[in-house]
Design a binder for this molecule. Structure first.
Ligand SMILES: O=C(O)C1=C[C@@H](OP(=O)(O)O)[C@@H](O)[C@H](O)C1
Ligand SMILES: C=C(OP(=O)(O)O)C(=O)O
Length: 428
């Protein structure tokens, strides 16, 4: 059997629910009144950290017939946890919950694993301190104690496009006296805004890059359907694009335009892509589509700071795509990757060098020459305990004849526990 027949990917697949939307579904359900039901909630380690934190804050959360059922306690009904809240590996859980806890009537302490304890928190504590919040931490890292205080509204311009920071301020602003206005330099993912508009339409106004939060309006329980995670689908989009002879359809992928940067890059590269949109209930509901992709020749691409927010978690995969393109690609404006679960710019360069990929690390991105053939130098790869790196390296390994090992591969449980099973299904 030819190499490409053994590795090619074919068939149809549904990827698990979106991680960002799953986190937010628990948060908004918890602070609303009534019973929220959530379909297709992502049961990965990160989202389970959010779920456990809200249980610790006194919220009843059950699973019934595959649905997550949350009995909301309202914005003022959370109760103090009798232990530190364990955020595990999840930056999103930590930053969003910090915004929410800042305006509560009790104090809380947040802890996390070694990776999370190295990630910067000042990006959320600084703006929320302007709202009169109060925190203590060691050099702006976890453990972080949040002293619940009455807050007041602010006008804040985000220095960097970050959905986590924006969402933390929104959650604080809902409890403040007076409106809060948030302006973003470039649009980051808007799942918080959409979900708030569903739970409490009167609480939010949006206009271009400006969001206004009007506190004091009730949040009411909803039914939430979480679409498939485009950041998980991205592994298969890239695998199919680069493994000759492959063709698959991924069903029900979230295509919120603040997340679809990877689709734009694939189109720019000349990938064969067909996107069939599914009917959408209303403008604020998360849109989804069935996406079919077939392997084809790929042109190089260039992306910069403007494009990064819509594909921020896909940059390692884009570097892999570039390594199979016919020419030199450049990714710049991606310095934020240094503050993720690992320093993703340094780690991608280090691990790709082992595979013989012609990649140069820049302070804010990469230059990758896809024309150079890969001469594997070292088959001992390392995920650096970062889920996205683990999965990117696994996809890269489909293209090399050597058997490679990936240290700490089980980091995939953070966002995509069924990754290996799905890979097996697509290769059989
Ligand atoms: O809000 C979110 O759900 C996320 C926002 C992004 O982080 P930043 O806000 O730090 O860019 C992203 O990298 C992360 O995986 C999820
Ligand atoms: C950066 C990520 O997540 P978080 O910030 O929530 O840890 C990610 O999932 O790639």
């Amino acid at each position: 059997m030819a190499e490409q027949d053994r590795t090619k990917l074919t068939g149809r697949i549904t990827v698990p629910g979106d991680k960002s939307i799953s986190h937010r579904s628990i948060i908004f359900a918890a602070i609303s009144t009534g019973v929220t039901t959530i379909d297709n909630f992502l049961k990965s380690a990160d989202c389970l950290s959010t779920m456990q934190a809200f249980k610790d804050l006194g919220v009843k959360i059950d699973e019934r017939d595959g649905q997550v059922v949350v009995t909301g306690v309202g914005l003022k009904g959370l109760t103090q946890s009798n232990q530190p809240l364990d955020m595990g590996n999840s930056g999103t859980s930590t930053r969003l919950i910090t915004g929410l806890l800042a305006g509560q009537h009790f104090d809380s302490t947040l802890v996390g694993d070694a990776s999370l304890s190295k990630r910067p928190m000042a990006r959320v504590t600084d703006p929320i301190s302007q709202m009169r919040a109060d925190f203590t931490s060691t050099e702006n890292h976890l453990p972080l104690t949040v002293f619940g205080r009455p807050l007041h509204g602010i006008h804040y311009r985000l220095p960097v496009a970050s959905a986590q920071v924006k969402s933390a301020i929104i959650l604080a602003a809902l409890q403040a006296t007076g409106d809060t206005v948030i302006e973003e330099p470039t649009a980051s993912r808007d799942h918080t805004e959409r979900m708030l508009a569903a739970f409490s339409p009167a609480s939010i106004d949006r206009e271009d890059h400006k969001i206004t939060i009007h506190p004091g309006h009730p949040l009411t329980a909803q039914h939430v359907t979480v679409p498939g995670d485009i950041s998980s689908a991205a592994f298969w989009l890239v695998a199919v694009a680069i493994v000759p002879g492959s063709s698959i359809t991924i069903e029900n992928v979230g295509i919120n335009q603040t997340r679809t940067g990877i689709l734009s890059v694939l189109k720019q590269m000349g990938a064969q892509l067909a996107i069939q949109e599914r009917p959408q209930a209303n403008e604020e509901t998360e849109p989804s589509a069935d996406i079919t992709i077939t392997a084809s020749a790929l042109k190089p691409f260039e992306i910069g700071a403007e494009e990064i927010p819509a594909l921020v978690d896909e940059v390692p995969l884009l570097a892999l795509l570039a390594a199979r393109a016919d020419g030199v690609s450049r990714i710049t404006g991606a310095e934020e990757l240094r503050f993720k679960e690992s320093d993703r710019l340094a780690v991608v360069a280090e691990e790709f060098h082992k595979l013989g990929i012609a990649i140069e690390e820049l302070p804010d991105g990469f230059v990758i020459d896809g024309r150079k053939s890969w001469q594997v130098q070292n088959t001992d790869l390392d995920s650096h305990q970062d889920h996205r790196i683990a999965m990117t390296l696994k996809i890269a390994s489909l293209l090399v004849p050597e058997d490679v090992t990936i240290r700490d591969f089980d980091a995939v449980n953070i966002s995509y526990p069924s990754f290996l099973a799905d890979l097996q299904r697509l290769r059989s």
